[in-house]
Design a protein around this ligand. Structure first.
Ligand SMILES: Nc1ncnc2c1ncn2[C@@H]1O[C@H](COP(=O)(O)OP(=O)(O)OP(=O)(O)O)[C@@H](O)[C@H]1O
Length: 220
């Protein structure tokens, strides 16, 4: 009987060149490998390319060179959304859709039970606001709703860019607890300039200032 094949790394970035202009790549020769579950903190000075890396992991930005695989799936493959969740910095919600309906809609997209998303919303303190349209939510409540709609259902890898922006202390602690729970079985990559004390990363990946040339970052 053949030996079972080892699971692919959850995040496998190999010799990545990426950016918005081929003449001026933001990353050049960047490698980052995360073999197993854990909570990984991505840091680096302003302009070092954290959000650009997020956009490449999201499949939105086509690499100029190199490869990006998530749980063995190319980041630009139509199958990638099944294994990956991306939560960008700026919430992109429908202004007139209620918080409740956002969660039902996002759960449908992810093939998830909306009841689970609604339970999360209550845990995160959104209970009294579920019938409010997104445009009437406070900054922190918009952030919570955005995080929930971006992370419905099952996934192997999740990337969150500044997920603590606008959250109060209790909500920050609640999100940290949720990230720690996910990190037991999934790769959780968090971009945060000021990570809260409750966030206990498995490893920290630091991008250098300026174009990252030949950086080799290796997670657990
Ligand atoms: N849409 C874009 N078009 C062109 N250049 C961009 C675009 N987005 C970012 N850049 C450039 O890419 C480089 C890296 O920016 P990026 O936003 O990825 O850095 P960052 O580490 O996330 O920064 P910050 O900590 O300030 O959020 C910068 O030089 C920036 O000007």
């Amino acid at each position: 009987m053949p030996a079972p094949r080892p699971d692919p790394p959850l995040i496998d970035v190999e010799r990545l060149s990426t950016g918005y202009d081929a003449a001026r790549p933001v990353h050049h020769g960047l490698s980052l490998r995360v073999d197993g579950p854990g909570l990984y903190l991505l840091q680096g000075p302003n302009g070092s390319g954290k959000s650009t890396l997020v956009e490449t992991l999201s499949g939105h930005l086509r690499p100029l060179g190199g490869t990006v695989q998530l749980a063995g799936v190319d980041a630009r493959s139509p199958r990638a959304p099944r294994v990956r969740r991306i939560c960008r910095t700026e919430p992109a919600l429908y202004p007139t859709l209620t918080a409740h309906d956002h969660i039902v809609f996002a759960s449908g997209w992810a093939g998830a039970d909306p009841a689970e998303g609604l339970r999360r919303a209550v845990r995160h303190g959104l209970g009294p606001w579920l019938d409010e349209p997104a445009e009437r939510l406070s900054t922190g409540n918009r952030r919570k709703l955005w995080t929930i709609v971006c992370t419905c259902g099952a996934f192997a890898v999740v990337v969150l860019d500044e997920p603590f922006n606008g959250l109060d202390l209790a909500s920050t602690a609640e999100l940290c607890a949720e990230l720690a729970e996910w990190a037991r079985h999934r790769a959780v990559l968090v971009v945060a300039h000021r990570p809260p004390a409750e966030l206990v990363p498995t490893a920290v990946v630091t991008l250098p200032p300026g174009p990252g040339t030949g950086l080799r970052a290796r997670g657990a």
